[in-house]
Design a binder for this molecule. Structure first.
Ligand code: NDP
Length: 279
């Protein structure tokens, strides 16, 4: 069984890691240090953070404490809604970079109005040209927003980080990203604690395959070509969540899992929501 398949291949031939640790709600130095140590020990190659999580300093400290060389960890950060526009975006990047030491992947967190995300994107292209980041991308972009961006941009977004889990699959958006060679990272892959892991169908299939519900939910994403960012601050669960590469979900179970799609989000709808002040 393939242990890791490339998410994105960089110009130097390295692969983006298949799994990143989510860190939303990791707020204390103790939590950060423990979670990052557990993630590094169990083989995660990446950490996902964002300016609005207000934990970028803690993430840097956590990586230092873990003893893993910085060069072995991919860090994603995201530009917050109050920093759209060319100059504000560059400034926001610098602020995040100062806190994190360096950033590998930089994403626009939410699209907001078209005129502002197009200006913001030019700043991300500049950062990429100057090799200050290895990957630039977006988050919460829907097809209509990607259409505009792809039409106007000089460098294509390489990642779209979106809500995706067994209860919420936007298959049209997934197909669109695949067609345009945009890698998809799934946020809230376990439905952000809203009950997916207690779903009867999920539990039944997990038991039959000898896996936990979380492992099955993550493996499902992997099999549909999406790369999960599970968050946990519990070391046992952090290890459990990276242990889904050694089994295959058979077609009949995949069909049952696909039928769990309810198209109900746990997060905001990117076409309807944008609040620069919200955190
Ligand atoms: P997740 O779907 O990762 O779920 C996290 C919840 O599941 C926590 O309550 C956690 O509790 C629990 N959990 C984790 N693993 C297990 C397990 N094995 N068994 C049982 N429970 C488990 O939700 P998030 O919303 O946090 O999404 C993940 C990451 O995605 C975020 O942390 C963030 O980095 C990113 N994100 C990005 C967004 C964007 O707009 N781009 C929006 C939202 C999230 P515990 O900690 O106690 O284990």
């Amino acid at each position: 069984m393939q242990k890791s398949r490339p998410l994105l291949i960089l110009p130097d031939g390295r692969h983006i890691p298949p799994i990143f640790l989510g860190t939303w709600d990791i707020r204390t130095p103790e939590q950060a240090s423990m979670a990052i140590k557990a993630a590094m020990t169990s083989g995660y190659g990446g950490i996902d953070t964002a300016a609005c999580y207000e934990n970028e300093n803690l993430i840097r400290q956590g990586i230092n404490d873990s003893g893993v060389p910085r060069s072995k960890v991919f860090i994603t950060s995201k530009l917050w809604n109050n920093a759209h526009g060319f100059n504000p975006a560059l400034k926001a990047f610098e602020e995040s970079e100062k806190k994190l030491g360096s950033i590998d992947i930089f994403l626009i967190h939410w699209p907001g109005p078209v005129h502002s995300f197009l200006e913001t994107w030019k700043a991300l292209e500049r950062l990429y040209d100057e090799k200050r980041v290895q990957v630039i991308g977006v988050s919460n972009f829907m097809m209509s927003q990607l259409d505009i961006l792809l039409h106007e941009c000089r460098i294509k977004p390489m990642i779209n980080q979106i809500e995706c889990h067994l209860w919420y699959n936007d298959f049209m958006l997934l197909d669109y990203c695949r067609k345009h060679d945009i890698a998809v990272q799934a946020y809230s892959p376990l439905s952000a604690g809203t009950g997916l892991l207690r779903d009867k169908t999920l539990i039944e299939i997990a038991e039959k395959l000898g896996k936990t519900p979380a492992q099955l939910a993550l493996r499902y994403l992997w099999q549909i070509g999406v790369y999960p960012i599970p968050k946990s601050s519990n070391p046992k669960r952090i290890a459990e969540n990276n242990d889904f590469f050694d089994f295959e979900i058979p077609v009949n179970y995949m069909q049952k899992l696909l039928s769990m799609n309810r198209l109900v989000r746990t997060n905001k709808d990117p076409l309807q929501w944008f609040d620069p002040e919200y955190r």
